[in-house]
Design a protein around this ligand. Sequence first.
Ligand SMILES: Cc1ncc(COP(=O)(O)OP(=O)(O)O)c(N)n1
Ligand SMILES: Cc1nc(C(=O)O)sc1CCOP(=O)(O)O
Length: 448
Amino acid sequence: MTEKPLKVKTPIVLTIAGSDSGGGAGIAADLKTFAALGVHGTCAITSVTAQNTTGVLKAFDLTPETVASQIEAVCTDMEVRWAKSGMLASSEIVREVAKEVRKHELSLVLDPVIAAEAGGNLLRKEALSVLAEELLPFCKVTTPNASEAGALAGMTVKTPEDAKVAARKIADLGVEAVIVTGGHLDATDLIYEADSETFTRVPGTFVKGGTHGTGCTYSAAVTAFLASGEDLEGAARKAKKFVEQAILRSRPAGRGVSPVNQLGAVLEEKERYLVLRELKDAVSILEGSPDFSKLIPEVGCNIGMAIPEADSYEDIAAVEGRIVRHRGRAVSVGCVDFGASRHVARIILSSLRYNPEIRAAINVKYSMELLAACKEMKLGISSFDRAEEPENTSTMDWGTAEAIKKYGSVPKVIYDKGGSGKEPMIRLLGGCATEVAKLAVELAEKIQ
Ligand SMILES: Cc1ncc(COP(=O)(O)OP(=O)(O)O)c(N)n1
Ligand SMILES: Cc1nc(C(=O)O)sc1CCOP(=O)(O)O
């Protein structure tokens, strides 16, 4: 009997929303979010907007029948339990969506989209009361920001206290839970659950970056997490973190507000995994070499590698506790992890500013013989002199930059002859950790 491969069932979710030709908000944001969070996204388009990062120029609403047919097509074929709605444009579309939600017993997360932040109405004025009275009562969750909460509750929301009052008023319209997002208040989201009459705060941090599509991304992430089995608080916490990461990873696009980057957060996780794997291989190369231990300095050796676009110690993986010599062999003291190095990490961070391709480095023991071997291998060599270091600088930062400037580009080898209480050192730099590990082993084999 042949075994069938085990397949995990992927939740299928639906977004009922408008399209944004600029690719930042609406269904583009929703589908990217669903993909990033590992659920299968389907869509029913309500309106086609001619939009970019500076605002909505025009909107072409589809007929309610067109919206309904899309929902029918998806829900009669696939098992959809969780859905979200975004731009619903008109009273007619809102009513049609309410009908479909009831018919297919969808658990709906309603993002009460009223206008684009950069400018442009996305819901006709008269449709707000229809949304509040005819759709909201059939929703599980709604995710207004401060101004949307104010519009739904018929008040102004300027403080976290106002948000509490508004959340209760919105829940009185019949929705099971209200999350007032705090991006425009104090960065804390407020969850109100109607049946238990409880408030839960979800604190966050204001992060810098493009924010176009934030509201859509947040509600899509809440939907994806709920569909994946999270409870409401878990979904809200995870969605908030996801949006913060997506803002941080945003890329400049257009003349207005840049779109968030939903895949950035996920791709970074993958990069971190690849760097750790690469570094483990590099450590195995060093530990497996009978010669490498000769190159370990008194202070120990470390090898590090950065994720692309690294800008802090936490973006550089290295060996916890460094690599030391034990019974004539190289032995790593701890595991490989991000944030485990200061010296080697600073060398990498400094050289990244000159060449983003050079993402790895290792420090080895200084000797004339080793330098001669580097020359023999025709490696680019440069150096710095600690005696010339200005006050109040980091030696690794300054020294690396000095050596690079002197050489004209990032060399393979940077050495210094030490200083008072400072051991002389050679650093080998390269594109990845296994490259510098192999180079170190090759050099070790050349010397006595
Ligand atoms: C087609 C479309 N739908 C929704 C919005 C609003 O998006 P949101 O995520 O609230 O983000 P900003 O408009 O604030 O960037 C939209 N603009 N277009
Ligand atoms: C102490 C020391 N100095 C180095 C230099 O290159 O001058 S490398 C080094 C050891 C590695 O340190 P870490 O674990 O902080 O990267």
